[in-house]
Design a protein around this ligand. Structure first.
Ligand SMILES: [Zn+2]
Length: 182
C-alpha cells in the first residue's frame, strides 16, 4: 500500500467536514464512525423505529467491500433530497462526524468490532437492530455519554484477533471553522 494522502470530505445538511491528510484508500475494509450529538432529538429511522438522540457520542460500525471501498462509503456526500439507503444515513444527515476508525483488513471485521464495542465500559444500545438487519448482532450502533477512546478500542481489537491489519483513527474538522480550505 502506498502512503498516498487524501483529503476526505463528509457533507450533511448542517455542515461540511474534512480530514485533511487521510490514509483512507478506495480499498475494502471495516470502519467505525464516531458522531457527536449536542442536543436531544427524536429521529425516525425508517421502519426500525424512533431513535431518541441524547447529548454524547454515537459509534456506528460498518464495512465497505463494494466499488470505491471505504473511501467512497465514508466520504459519501449526502444530498438532502436523496433517499436513505442505510440506517446510518438517517443519523449522518444530522450529526457531526467526530472521528473515524478503520482498517483495510480484507476480512469482514464489523461484527467483531460491534461485539467489542458492546463490551466497552459506558456503552449502551440506543436502538436494537440499527445496522444489523442482516446479521446476528443486536446492533451496530452504540451510545457513549463521553468520548470513546480510539486507542482503547484498537488495543482491544488487536488483543482479540491474531493477524488483524492495522487500525487507523482520524479526526474530522468542521470546515466552517477552517479558513485555508477551499
Ligand atoms: Zn453484525
Amino acid at each position: 500500500m502506498t502512503a498516498e494522502l487524501y483529503r476526505l470530505y463528509f457533507v450533511n445538511r448542517h455542515s461540511k467536514f474534512v480530514i485533511r491528510h487521510s490514509l483512507l484508500h478506495p480499498l475494502p475494509g471495516t470502519y467505525a464512525l464516531v458522531f457527536r450529538a449536542k442536543r436531544k432529538k427524536r429521529l425516525i429511522i425508517g421502519k426500525l423505529g424512533i431513535l431518541k438522540l441524547q447529548p454524547g457520542y454515537y459509534v456506528y460500525v460498518g464495512s465497505a467491500f463494494g466499488p470505491g471501498g471505504l473511501r467512497a462509503r465514508i466520504g459519501h456526500h449526502r444530498k438532502s433530497s436523496s433517499r436513505h439507503h442505510w440506517h446510518i444515513d438517517y443519523l449522518s444527515e444530522y450529526l457531526a462526524p467526530d472521528e473515524v476508525w478503520y482498517t483495510h483488513d480484507p476480512t469482514h471485521r464489523e461484527h467483531h468490532w460491534s461485539e467489542v464495542l458492546s463490551h466497552t465500559a459506558g456503552a449502551s444500545i440506543p436502538l436494537p437492530g440499527f445496522g444489523s438487519s442482516d446479521c446476528r448482532c443486536i446492533s451496530h450502533l452504540y451510545f457513549f455519554s463521553s468520548r470513546p477512546s480510539g486507542n482503547y478500542f484498537r488495543r482491544k481489537i488487536h488483543a482479540g484477533v491474531d493477524g488483524h491489519a492495522r487500525i487507523f483513527a482520524e479526526k474530522f474538522l468542521d470546515i466552517n471553522s477552517i479558513s485555508d480550505i477551499h
